[in-house]
Design a protein around this ligand. Sequence first.
Ligand SMILES: Cc1cc2nc3c(=O)[nH]c(=O)nc-3n(C[C@H](O)[C@H](O)[C@H](O)COP(=O)(O)O)c2cc1C
Length: 358
Amino acid sequence: MSAVSTIDAIYRLLLKRYLFGRDAEYAHRTMLRMLAAMPAFPAPRDKPELGVKLWGIDFPNPIGLAAGMDKDAVAVHGWETLGFGFAELGTITPRPQPGNEKPRIWRVPDRRALINRLGFPSEGMEAVAPRIEQIRKAGISIPLALNFGPNKDTPPEGIAGDYIALIERLGPLADFIVINVSSPNTPGLRNWESPEKMSELFAAVSEHTSESARARPVLLKISPDLERNDLFRICETALALNLEGIVACNTTVVREAVGVSSPHPGGLSGQPILIRTRELIRDIYTHTRGQIPIIGVGGIASAEDAWLDIRAGASLVELYTGLVYEGPGLIARIKSGLVDLLRRDGFRSISEAVGIDR
Ligand SMILES: Cc1cc2nc3c(=O)[nH]c(=O)nc-3n(C[C@H](O)[C@H](O)[C@H](O)COP(=O)(O)O)c2cc1C
């Protein structure tokens, strides 16, 4: 039995029962602490057909950790050990901030979903920078994305300045950068998804950051709550701005339309957003004629889920909520399932299948 399958068995038989009996944020912290304390060892080498090359970066497999799970980059080697093909760390804010008052994460177990209104608790970029520098020195076999967001108390006219500070300080430490303008828990943030505000933001970023800081691919993370016309306008703006990719998508504020009734405010993730995410991926892929790589994220909890997102147009996928419900062995299960699905459908690589169902 490999180390990860041992951890997985312990999680599913014992730990999950213990953790699910406690507050969701406490459970999250406990898992993160355990993972951070684990000795770093690389996961078994992935099958070559799972490898993806994008933006000149080699991904050993297309399954990434979604933002929010490791906001302060405290368990990075753990994600490598669990077999992720990359990890998106953050959201990181420029200055430290506590986030919203607790409780602020809730489970919806009958729908395998979570609701959170964390509001970007972050130790801030100066705490995260030395951790990533240390990881770079020690060496890591998977690409690292850094996800950036503004501080809650930054006024609207200072938002671009927050992103600029983050890109300048942390950009050189990232393999790629994700600009998060889609969290529902920071008031006013989603206004920056409008094409006008997006253009304004990226103009300011390219004017005020050094070339070396923004040399990394820059992606935009969008919300699932966009009207179709607005999504198309965002796609056109992303093409015009030469953005390297779109992460689709963040959590939703919708409840009834996805069959969830819950009194808790905030962003809903997990199984209820799986189909909406796939629609978004397909729409973006079709509208941009496959010219902008898409990272698909939302509700993935099996190889089939990941495969259908790839076939809809995602070059890479990520997950968060699925990991909470399915346990740390999920990554290995998705990867071996993907190898079978590739063979079943007659493809030799992941990249060959991207967008085939558009
Ligand atoms: C508790 C929690 C915290 C999150 N925090 C962030 C965050 O800080 N930044 C971000 O871009 N997305 C964040 N997300 C959204 C996830 O990255 C992802 O887009 C969303 O949960 C959909 O994927 P999933 O269904 O696999 O969880 C968070 C999600 C959850 C459940």
